[in-house]
Write a protein that binds this ligand. Structure first.
Ligand SMILES: [Zn+2]
Length: 347
């Protein structure tokens, strides 16, 4: 380890940039920023290892003479697995970035130099985006390990959803770190006057392959308009349940007539995919295309992401839906199971 460190120092000194000399490729300011970012410690440690280029990529293992697989990328199987490739060039990684809320923003800076790119992001100032990006990198590396060691694969949307959920869960348990603004965003918001908001969520019972979709429509006063709970069978993943639920919500929006409607869900990856023109290549692509088509037929229906805390009614209805024999619709009174949350949402 001493030899490696010495080599680093030597190389950096050779470049002659004074603020970089003692800090392994990024400025000391960037290092201190890293420890201030509000992500789980394991994520910070991973970024720290990325900056030091000490992650055991296949290229690195090979260069150190450790026998193993040929140095091919675990995610795409097409290129040599360098850190730069996994985080920036890999075709799988490109799908992660495209399906994430960051979309193409990560490209704003020159990406030829991995550390320079990360330093640019750390110093860029937008903490929320930095947090999400680091979370995505952690999930990406995790996915790479899962593929390498167990050969199990997730779709890009599932990896993005996983990152978003982990970050949310982490923040839920960090009350002192939450800004008032994100608290406000996390609460259910009434739609504008005259509009109806339709909250939707999907749920999965893994053992039986049963999925549930929960849909709740409320007006601009926060009052109950209608609700639906749908049970889906042969559901393969949570993402599958989420897209089925979203499709059901779009159809429900159609049933509610022509007025302006906002569909809101917390499955960020799924919503992002339906919102963008980008062609989804997962096994669920036909469902995504169907949602896009149905949505394009509804003039007055838009779709948006909300934090999980703002989507509690739909979440509970989705759990309930798993236990149903089919689809249930409520038009007169809201389902008993969600009355408490309906009230809490407008307090
Ligand atoms: Zn690759």
């Amino acid at each position: 380890a001493y030899e490696v460190a010495r080599q680093f120092l030597f190389e950096e000194a050779g470049e002659g940039t004074s603020d970089r000399t003692l800090s392994y490729g990024v400025s000391t300011q960037a290092w201190s920023r890293l420890w201030q970012i509000c992500v789980p410690p394991k994520v910070k440690v991973l970024i720290w290892r990325v900056l030091l280029n000490i992650l055991p990529t296949r290229e690195r293992l090979r260069s150190k003479g450790i026998q193993g697989d040929v140095g091919v990328c675990g995610l795409c199987g097409a290129r040599e697995e360098t850190l730069h490739h996994v985080l920036l060039d890999c075709s799988f990684t490109a799908l992660i970035w495209q399906n994430s809320p960051l979309q193409t923003e990560w490209r704003d800076h020159d990406t030829r130099d991995l550390n320079g790119w990360l330093e640019h992001i750390l110093m860029g100032g937008d903490r929320h985006k930095t947090e999400l990006l680091f979370m995505l990198i952690w999930n990406l590396w995790n996915e790479r390990n899962t593929v390498v060691w167990t050969a199990k694969r997730r779709s890009p949307c599932e990896v993005v959803d996983g990152a978003v959920r982990l970050l949310q869960e982490f923040k839920e348990h960090q009350p002192t770190m939450l800004q008032p603004l994100s608290r406000a965003q996390a609460k259910w918001q009434k739609p504008p006057l005259g509009a109806i908001k339709i909250n939707v969520d999907g749920a999965l019972h893994v053992q039986t392959g049963s999925g549930g979709g929960g849909i709740m429509a409320r007006d601009s006063a926060g009052c109950f308009v209608a609700a639906r709970a749908c049970r889906f069978s042969h559901v393969s993943s949570l993402e599958h349940a989420e897209i089925l639920a979203l499709r059901a919500a779009i159809l429900f929006s159609h049933d509610l007539g022509p007025g302006p409607k906002i569909i809101e869900g917390d499955a960020q990856g799924v919503i992002q995919t339906v919102q963008t023109a980008h062609e989804d290549r997962s096994i669920l692509s036909f469902l995504f295309s169907d949602c896009k088509f149905l949505l394009s037929q509804l003039e007055n229906t838009s779709i948006q992401f909300a934090f999980r805390e703002a989507n509690r009614v739909a979440h509970r209805l989705a759990r309930l839906a798993i236990t149903l024999p089919g689809t249930l619709t409520w038009l007169q009174d809201p389902p008993d199971a969600v009355c408490d949350v309906l009230v809490e949402d407008i307090l």
